[in-house]
Ligand binder design. Structure first.
Ligand code: NAD
Ligand code: WQD
Length: 339
């Protein structure tokens, strides 16, 4: 069995990726400091797959903790690095927390890869690096624009750090996946997204409103240059997203890379407005959503969706799950956690 370490494996995207990895025969080693996740996730992964992943409560921004874990678990060949702080608004309030956690974490992971002979890295990047692209859909060659938040800046800096490191470290290959907007939950309703406090993101706000936890969804602006005036995003199903990581790992294992560091957009290739998404949610779930149009949210971009040709052709990966199914899974998960 191939051994793989998943940092941040107890989180939203990490936990779904661990499930898919286990189902494809990988032996998974999770390291997570549980700063934004719950230890029950590990048991719930085991309920889905029948296999409990090895778990270490490790802060990857602390080099010794990470190295001690790897000393105890030799033979790991690949790492998927999810562990990071990810709240855009909080990153503006606490920039140093974001720079410390997200930059130190990556540096330690790279040093550990060299020290312990780990060959392949998949890094969680984000479409946030493109800002508001001039041309849509956005390709991987679209210019990187000045970051709109310290969080976004950590993704840009991290991509650069990986670039510079692999250039002088021939034993290591890397793929950075630039995710668009990940949503949904596992169809079993055993794992999903666990937002803390009032959700900043659209889908958890929608599902909490539908569940009666929030009174009304505020739609941030309907005066954008889009068909119905609300912003457009590319919403990608969490299981599809998880599988993109496996495609990336396989590409490196099979030596199919066309460069030591490659970038792929991971989205559906289709943009939806906020109102289209609300309609799709109502159609999929039969639940009527209470919403009102309010002013724009500061820092929001107008529209972005992915050109996924490179991921389709090179990774052999394509988003498959219909949006209604994704939204239904998100709703089932919400009902499960609000019980
Ligand atoms: P998440 O918060 O659910 O998962 C991240 C996990 O990392 C959590 O379990 C947290 O406890 C852990 N973690 C954080 N700092 C750590 C540290 N120092 N040591 C060990 N564990 C640590 O977030 P997510 O949505 O699953 O995001 C995963 C990755 O994908 C992040 O790098 C994020 O920036 C990136 N990303 C997320 C989105 C999104 O919209 N969710 C979009 C683009 C990129
Ligand atoms: C989606 C749309 C809002 C909430 C953020 C990060 C980005 C990436 C993904 C990590 C927008 C609208 C939202 C609400 C609303 N993360 N909205 N009412 O802003 O595309 O991206 O998460 O890398 O970096 O910035 O996602 O879910 O917050 O918003 O009308 O209560 O929903 O205006 O158009 P966003 P989101």
């Amino acid at each position: 069995m191939k051994k793989i370490m998943v940092t941040g494996g107890a989180g939203f995207i990490g936990s779904h990726t661990v499930v898919e990895l286990q189902q494809k025969g990988y032996e998974v080693f999770i390291v997570d400091n549980l700063s934004n996740s719950n230890p029950d996730v590990i048991d719930n992964i085991a309920k889905i797959t029948g296999v409990k992943p090895v778990f270490g409560k490790v802060d990857v921004s602390e080099k010794k903790e990470l190295f001690d874990f790897l000393k105890q678990h030799p033979g790991i060949e690949s790492v998927i690095h999810f562990a990071a702080s990810k709240a855009v608004g909080e990153s503006v309030e606490k920039p140093l927390k974001y720079y410390r956690n997200n930059i130190n974490g990556l540096i330690n992971v790279l040093e550990a890869m060299k020290e312990f002979g780990i060959k392949n890295l998949v890094f969680s990047s984000s479409c946030t690096v493109y800002g508001q692209p001039k041309k849509l859909p956005v390709t991987e060659n679209s210019p990187i624009q000045p970051a709109l938040s310290p969080y976004g800046n950590t993704k840009q800096i991290n991509e650069e750090i990986i670039h510079d490191f692999v250039a002088v470290t021939p034993s290591i290959n890397a793929i950075a996946l630039r995710y668009f907007n990940p949503i949904g939950a596992h169809p079993s309703s055993l794992i999903g997204e666990l937002p803390i406090g009032v959700p900043a993101n659209l889908i958890p706000y929608i599902t909490q409103t539908a569940a009666g936890i929030r009174e009304c969804l505020s739609v941030f602006g309907n005066d954008y240059d889009t068909p119905d005036g609300t912003p457009i995003r590319d919403y990608i199903d969490i299981i599809d997203l998880a599988n993109a990581h496996i495609a990336a790992i396989n590409r490196m294992e099979e030596g199919k890379q066309k460069g030591r560091l490659e970038f792929f957009n991971i989205g559906t290739g289709r943009g939806l407005t906020v109102l289209e998404l609300i309609n799709a949610f109502e159609k999929a779930t039969g639940v009527k959503l209470n919403y009102k149009i309010v002013g724009r949210r500061a820092g929001d971009i107008e529209k972005v969706w992915a050109d996924t040709s490179l991921a389709n052709n090179e990774l052999g990966w394509k988003a498959k799950v219909p949006i209604e199914e994704t939204l239904l899974n998100a709703w089932k998960w919400q009902q499960h956690i609000s019980k």
